[in-house]
Structures are given as structure tokens and as C-alpha cells.
Design a protein around this ligand. Sequence first.
Ligand code: PMP
Ligand code: GLU
Length: 399
Amino acid sequence: MVLSKKAEAISPSITLAITAKAKELKEQGVNIIGFGAGEPDFNTPQNIINAAVTAMNRGYTKYTPSSGIKELKEAIRSKFKRDNNLNYNISQIIVSTGAKQCLANVFAAILNPLDEVIIASPYWVTYPELVRLSDGVSVFIETKEENNFKFTIEDIKKAYTENTKAIIINSPNNPTGTVYTKEELTRIADFAKEKDLIIISDEIYEKLIYDGEKHVSIASLNEDAFKRTVVINGMSKSYAMTGWRVGYAASGNEKIIKLMSNIQSHTTSNVNSISQYASVEALNGSQDALKHMVDEFKKRREYMVNKIESIKGVHCGSNPKGAFYVMVNISELFGKKINNAVINSSFDFCSKLLEENNVAAIPGAGFGNDNYVRLSYATSMDNIVEGLDRIESFINKLK
Ligand code: PMP
Ligand code: GLU
């Protein structure tokens, strides 16, 4: 039987697959250290949980408007104004089932067959698959660690063709931790204006930022950028709410949001009503828990970067300025052996590391660069210390 060729071409999310595998092994009693999960190890703050309980007790358990409840859109509107100096109307905002659904909606809303989307590589695994699902074509710009994994305006000009429809900006970046400056974003916005391109700005890690770096939303640069940008954000990372599945998108181009809402009204309808009420509290209530998380992530990142730099044969791709990932360059180890098996790729490295030393990491190949593995520091300091010791002992075993 012939099934959908498009669906057959989609790979499962490697980040979710490895995270699930590590959880399964742990449940079987294997002492696994997981560096896979891109999800905060903290519990959702209590005030948010309480708001969900209140919502249930009040009977807010029915369908809501498909694109989100008014209270949450108001809270998102205030958040954009407060944090990003962006002034959206309610009709320019949509609430979706995670930032992931916002992205799926946006590609479905803007792409026609063979439209091209420019993406910096390494990239978050999901972007190319979603572009493909909407019949678009991903055009990758290879970035380098010497340049902090940033694409430049010259790179973008080279990648541009008459089929280019959109550019994805993901700052702070998953998996590299790269944060773009206002000047760099301005050059990209100017080019987008010149060529009439849509900018998709995934800002889900905006709050997880270190070393005094400042997050700038490209949409806030000027009136034109405001109109041509779709900002994507969500509750998962900043509020430790990965399982609640709430993301949101906004654009000065109301038509795009309208199309996204129409699509969503036929696929999933509204985000879980209880999660929506909880998200109102997350955005409007105390932000203390977030501050605590960022302080913790900072300490972990520092330990991790220093320890990796001290291990012979590997180094950090760059000093990550945001998010909670470190890219570790393992390319010097290619050709080495463990128990007669040769390590020739990031997949080989990760599968042997899991087998030999019970550490889960994500192969860089999933993000478009085989020279790296991604380690997430969204896990406890104890796990980080033990996990990196295991990685060191694994590398020392390679001959
Ligand atoms: N964008 C990036 C860059 C991410 O790393 C993630 C992580 N899951 C998402 C979007 C989607 O997050 P969610 O669907 O949980 O809101
Ligand atoms: N974004 C996270 C990660 O990269 C969560 C997993 C996913 O949704 O891909 O690990």
C-alpha cells in the first residue's frame, strides 16, 4: 500500500526520541545520566499550578475560542509591551499547542510549493521537517564555531534566490546558544525589507540569557520589521511548563495570524483550557521562579563549559550565551575505536556513549552538523558532574 510520500520523508524528532529512550532505560533501573532533554528539570511554579486548579474548580473545562481566551491574549499583549516594546492588538496574537504548533501553523499559512526558507545550521531539528510538511524547501547556511555559529548578512545574500519566502531567526539559539545583536538583526531586517521576505523569529529562549547579553526582538526594530515578522514564543522553557503545551505567536501582519487561526480551528482547535488559565498566571504573576532558574542555569553552564574544555580531544563549539545547551566538538575523535568499533560520526559517538557509560546525548547530525554532540544542562548539577566524569572516562577509553 502506498502511504503519503510526504509523511514517509519526515523523520521522528531525535531530541524527543533520545529523551524518551533515556527515560525508558531509567525506568528499567539503568543508571542513566540524560543530557538529551531540552526541558527544564524544575517543577512548574506553585502559583501556576494553583491557577490551573482554580480554573478547573470554576468549570473552565470547556472549548474556548480556537485561537485562545481573551484573558491570555491580553496577558501576552502586556508581555510583548513590557519585555519587547512590541504593541500588538489582540487580533494579531494566536495561542497554540506549544511553540511547535505555532511554527507548523506559520509554515502552513505562508508557504506555497517550492518556496524557500533560509535556516542557519546547526538548527533546531524541527524546522526543516515542518518546512517540508508544508511543501517548502529549507536552504541551510552552514555556520562556524569561529563565528559563534552566526550567519551574516553576506551569507543570507548568497543563500537568497527568487524563491526565498522567509528567514528563520532563533535567538537565543537551540542548539548553539548564539544570541544575535541589535546591529546584526537590523542588517537582516533591512535585507528582508529590500526583498520583501517574511521573518520568523523564534524567541522561546529569550529569558534564558547570560553574560549580560540582551535579547532583542527583530520585530521591535522598526515599523517595517514589525509588519513582516511573526514572533514565536511559549511557556515551555521560561516557566518550566513543557507538558502544558502552550505557545503563542504574534505578527504585525494580521492576515498571517488569521490564516494560522483558520488552520488551527480545523486541526486541534483551542489549547487545553486549563493550561490557558495557568498561562495567564505565569505571565501576569510573580516572576521569581524564573529568576531562580536562570541563576541555576548560569552556574551549570559555567561548570559544564570549563569541564568540557579540560577534557582532551573535545572542546566547546562556542561559549553559549543563551538557552541551556552546549555544543561539544568531537571531530578530533573520529577514527578512534572502542571495543573494535570505530567512531566515525556523532551517531556512533552517542550510541557508544550510551552503551558504555550510560550517558544520553544528542548527535549533532540531527541539527545538521555531524562534528558535534549537544548536551543539555537542564538537569541537576549532580547529574552534570557525574555525567561529564562519565564522558571523560568514555573518551579516555577511545584508542
Ligand atoms: N523552538 C525551539 C527553538 C525549541 O527548542 C523548542 C523546544 N521544544 C520549541 C520551539 C517548541 O517548544 P514547545 O512546543 O514546547 O513550546
Ligand atoms: N526543544 C527541545 C529540544 O530541542 C525539546 C524537544 C523537542 O521538542 O524537540 O530538546
